[in-house]
Design a protein around this ligand. Structure first.
Ligand SMILES: Nc1ncnc2c1ncn2[C@@H]1O[C@H](COP(=O)(O)OP(=O)(O)O)[C@@H](O)[C@H]1O
Ligand SMILES: [Mg+2]
Length: 315
């Protein structure tokens, strides 16, 4: 049997998980860029039409379309469940009137309400299709690496477990068989990896430990890597810090005091962040990949590039 790859870039399918707002989409984009740079034909999959990567690279439209961004080997697609179901049915049915009926958005709404988890299941089905060496979509080329920006709701474990849930509920028939096939791919450590993103703060660290536990419980798999995003630089050593504190005591000038206070408070924050990283590393028993906070109003290609280099060095 093939050994389990030591780098997530050597897997075919990587889920980037974590609570909303921690930088999941940013890390997924940076991971995709690192994959493309390493020579893998890579696609970053976004859910629910975020179009984030496309916008950052000035590509107009990646709505259910594999759009090339930046380099020859980097692509992105934004998935939505209705298109995913439509494509699935077109491939399965090949009966036009029935297919047309099912594609109407009212019918989709009806089906989605009647079938809890359907949206997640067809989305996972499309993710699986993108990761296959033999693509089901006619004329589509295979990818070496598929990076999935997991949904913003929860931490993404429920989404990853959907195929198993469907297989259990359906038990027999084509849906159950497809659920089992996709589930087997998700839990295959040679094929699939999971990267958790956390912020260096108390609650996000706790949530990441819970995410690890939930992955174990629901899917019996572990985390491949943990990325801590948004670390402030440690600008001052102990000597500088003492000098800043002395200077603060020695001045009455309000502007000087404000600047010195700001410097000391940023230092305290950077230190607190590092304590949280250590706490996370101890709880998970693995080293975290550290990404800096970028002091830019908006992250563009240059910032993604810098983050992807840092990420690559830590993978
Ligand atoms: N390392 C970073 N430095 C500066 N800003 C960041 C960094 N990572 C993410 N951001 C910004 O924080 C916000 C949330 O990031 P995003 O990747 O969208 O999080 P998520 O997908 O987890 O909700 C975005 O505005 C993003 O540009
Ligand atoms: Mg996001």
């Amino acid at each position: 049997m093939r050994p389990i790859p030591s780098s997530v870039l050597d897997k075919r399918l990587v889920f980037v998980t974590g609570k909303g707002g921690v930088g999941k989409s940013t890390v997924a984009a940076a991971l995709g860029m690192a994959g493309a740079r390493a020579g893998r034909r890579t696609i970053v999959v976004e859910l629910a039409y975020q179009d984030r990567l496309a916008r950052a690279f000035g590509v107009e439209d990646s709505h259910f379309r594999e759009a090339q961004v930046g380099s020859d080997s980097l692509f992105t697609i934004s998935l939505d469940p209705q298109h995913a179901l439509e494509e699935y049915l077109r491939m399965q049915l090949r009966v036009k009137p029935l297919a047309d009926l099912l594609f109407s958005s009212r019918m989709f709404q009806y089906l989605a309400v009647a079938t809890p988890g359907l949206a997640e299941m067809v989305t996972m089905g499309k993710v699986w299709e993108l990761s296959q060496t033999r693509r089901r979509v006619r004329g589509a080329e295979p990818y070496d690496l598929v990076v999935v920006d997991a949904p913003a709701t929860g931490h993404g474990v429920g989404f990853m477990r959907t195929p198993k849930t469907f297989a259990e509920v359906a038990r027999v028939g084509p849906i159950a068989a497809q659920g089992r096939t996709i589930h087997a791919t998700v839990v295959d450590r040679r094929f699939t990896g999971v990267v958790a993103v956390a912020l260096p703060e108390e609650m996000p660290v706790n949530e990441t430990v819970l995410l690890r536990d939930e992955l174990r419980r629901a899917l019996r798999i572990g985390l491949d890597r943990v990325v801590v995003n948004g670390l402030y630089p440690e600008r001052f050593g102990p000597r500088h810090r003492a000098a800043l504190a002395r200077a603060l005591e020695g001045t009455d000038d309000p502007v000087e005091r404000a600047a010195l206070r700001a410097a000391l408070s940023e230092h305290a924050r950077a230190r607190g962040q590092r304590e949280q990283v250590v706490r996370l590393e101890e709880a998970l028993g693995m080293e975290a990949v550290r990404l800096p906070f970028m002091f830019e109003p908006q992250l563009g290609p240059a910032q993604f590039e810098a983050l992807s280099r840092d990420l690559e060095a830590g993978l």
